[in-house]
Design a protein. Sequence first.
Length: 217
Amino acid sequence: MSETASQSGDAQRVGRPKSEEKGQAILEAATRLFLDQGLQGTSMDAVAREAGVSKQTVYGHFANKETLFRACIRCKIEASGFEEEDLPETRDARALLLAVCRRFMALICDPDVVAMYRVVMAEAVNHPRIAELFFESGPLATKAAVAALLAGLVSRGELRPHDTDYASWQLFNLCFGNIHTRLLFGLIREVPPEELETQLARAVDDFLALYGQRHRP
């Protein structure tokens, strides 16, 4: 085999398959259209045009528009790094919870995520299914990932036993403070880093007051 042929073969093995590249292009195109036109105003034909692929290719990757919408939301969450292997290696519960909360708020404060919340709220009045899809693929999936992390801390003896599903929602709400509401209403465009860090430190300390090993009911 010639050196050129060998290098070409190596490039093909290292690079992403064309199918994967097209799938990513479809996701990116759909996300742009959902944010700009909403779920109801976006067609699979429009997604195909925006992605530069055929409609058949879009349906080859995603069975329908609901599946595509779910995938767009899921992709954003997966990129946020809530899985345990993506977080810092530490035995300190406070440090780990702070890392989780920082990633959660980075996701929530992301301009695209804020815009998607607004789109969903606007369409949910007449199309409740859109809110259901968003909730299941977004907040509920994020909660499940964080609940698994909390369960891991419990099993290691760093948190006392508790209902990790319920506690995950508590942690989220402590993180929110009034920051998310102000972003949704357009009262602020971004959160001052010092304010955010103070909010998260208080949220984690309050959470540990409830579920830390030093807590006594």
